[in-house]
Design a protein around this ligand. Structure first.
Ligand SMILES: NC(=O)c1ccc[n+]([C@@H]2O[C@H](COP(=O)([O-])OP(=O)(O)OC[C@H]3O[C@@H](n4cnc5c(N)ncnc54)[C@H](OP(=O)(O)O)[C@@H]3O)[C@@H](O)[C@H]2O)c1
Length: 120
């Protein structure tokens, strides 16, 4: 791996090229082996980013599942799971979402400056 910051894109894709469905219900394209591969990728990263729609519809925890991998991260002196990151224009995010409430992990929400500047 290069000795400078880089971004990985990890996704499951259907054989006909879809990442998700048009329905609001979460479409699970991965099997247990792939979820474990994703967990290993996640454990290797400093931060993980999903879009705000994924936070709203899928309500992901974004935590490393494997205790062995969490322990390995702890031995490297980093938090058990990567920092959680999302991007939003509308700022329509529920503070009760698992993104915010599950895991004692740093969270970052990036939003467009004009929206951020609006009064509550
Ligand atoms: N198959 C897989 O492995 C897998 C895994 C995860 C997700 N998915 C699917 O992949 C698709 C994409 O998911 P995703 O997590 O990458 O993205 P996403 O959640 O669909 O992100 C879209 C949201 O990002 C925000 N956004 C977009 N452009 C922006 C900008 N320029 N500035 C600020 N915010 C911006 C907007 O949030 P606001 O509406 O809040 O403004 C927009 O609604 C979804 O259909 C998801 O279900 C598939």
């Amino acid at each position: 791996m290069p000795d400078r910051p880089y971004t990985l894109l990890s996704c499951g894709m259907s054989i006909d090229g879809y990442l998700g469905s048009a329905s609001p219900r979460r479409l699970e394209l991965s099997n247990d082996a792939d979820f474990d591969r994703v967990d290993a990728v996640r454990a290797s990263c400093d931060a993980i980013m999903v879009g705000a729609t994924t936070v709203r519809l899928d309500n992901p925890r974004l935590l490393v599942r494997s205790q062995t991998r969490r322990d390995a991260r702890a031995a490297r002196g980093v938090p058990p799971s990567p920092i959680k990151v999302t991007v939003t224009e509308r700022l329509d995010l529920d503070p009760r979402a698992d993104f915010f409430t599950v895991g004692d992990i740093e969270k970052l929400v990036y939003c467009a400056t004009p929206r951020h500047a609006e009064p509550e």
